[in-house]
Design a protein around this ligand. Structure first.
Ligand SMILES: NC(=O)c1ccc[n+]([C@@H]2O[C@H](COP(=O)([O-])OP(=O)(O)OC[C@H]3O[C@@H](n4cnc5c(N)ncnc54)[C@H](OP(=O)(O)O)[C@@H]3O)[C@@H](O)[C@H]2O)c1
Length: 269
């Protein structure tokens, strides 16, 4: 049996759509009362009591990272999930991690902690080092009503990847898990996209106006963001602007068996 956690999140929803109709798959979510097209189990990493029952009979666990929070919160969540998977006799954990080039990002540490924790288990594992979503970039660089994209991306570019492609890759690996045991896949896009590229997709009336990191930090702080979200957003832009996130290539095309979707199209879909 396959179990997918985080099933009502954006990535989990895309994965659940692709797995609908299978008779060997259940969805794990903190909101089990919401109707789904597959059987649902209550899974909340913050409530380890849900995990022993939730992981019963599971052979392959697709562990979607629950990455919103301070590092200690996220580590506790993922640690609880891996501990429970071991106790329940899960055979294989597929984990949605972060691209290798993301080591400069403020949220990299819990991903690397989880990768190391999985590599120490007797379970089989596969690590999907997901690149940053094109949709995330589109959100960071959304145009204002008067046609300006203001973001602290400088001239930097991101090897952005459509979330739907990451869902396709995760489904392939999860449903063929033994063939992917003890593999780490680098899943970044094939097109590096920057602020000016994003502006061009809207037409000549939209311009890209880079701002400083300090301006962005003040703007995000004033928006009512949680304290941990401010370095997440500013640090993401800083890494892109400094050129650390532009490397394309990797294993995405091979896992998809086709060309990846256009990152520019996905950014504002
Ligand atoms: N590569 C990127 O660009 C990028 C960007 C943002 C985030 N991420 C990471 O990738 C993950 C999936 O992305 P997404 O777009 O699907 O994010 P999302 O829409 O925010 O969904 C995250 C899901 O994680 C699950 N979750 C949160 N806290 C949990 C907990 N305590 N126990 C169990 N599950 C919990 C929830 O699923 P339920 O509500 O169904 O329980 C939540 O909906 C994120 O959680 C984050 O770690 C990656």
């Amino acid at each position: 049996m396959i179990l997918v956690t985080g099933a009502t999140g954006a990535l989990g929803t895309l994965i659940a759509e692709r797995l609908a109709g299978r008779d060997d798959t259940v969805l794990g979510t903190r909101a089990p009362q919401q109707p789904q097209r597959l059987p649902v189990r209550h899974i909340d990493f913050d409530e380890p009591g849900t995990l022993s029952k939730g992981f019963e009979g599971v052979d392959v666990l697709l562990l979607i990272s629950a990455g919103y929070g301070e590092d200690d919160t996220v580590i506790a969540r993922h640690g609880a999930a891996v501990d429970a998977a071991e106790r329940a006799g899960v055979g294989h954990v597929v984990y949605t991690s972060l691209t290798a080039d993301g080591d400069h990002l403020p949220y990299a540490l819990p991903h690397r902690w989880t990768e190391r924790r999985l590599q120490e288990t007797d379970m089989n594992w596969t690590i999907l080092r997901n690149g940053l979503y094109a949709e995330l970039l589109g959100g960071l660089a959304a145009p204002t009503a008067d046609g300006r994209i203001t973001a602290p991306l400088g001239e930097g570019r991101l090897a952005a990847v459509a979330r739907a492609d990451l869902a396709d890759a995760a489904v392939r690996v999860t449903t063929e898990a033994p063939a992917h045991a003890r593999r780490i896949y680098e899943l970044v896009g094939e097109q590096a996209v920057g602020g000016a590229d994003l502006a061009r997709t809207h037409g000549p009336h939209v311009t890209y106006e880079p701002e400083t990191l300090a301006q962005a930090r003040a703007r995000v702080a004033a928006s009512g963001a949680e304290p941990f979200q401010i370095p997440m957003l500013v640090g993401t832009c800083s890494a892109i602007a400094a050129g650390f996130m532009s490397r394309t290539g990797g294993d995405l095309r091979q896992l998809l068996g086709r060309a990846p979707r256009s990152a520019l199209a996905a950014a504002f879909a």
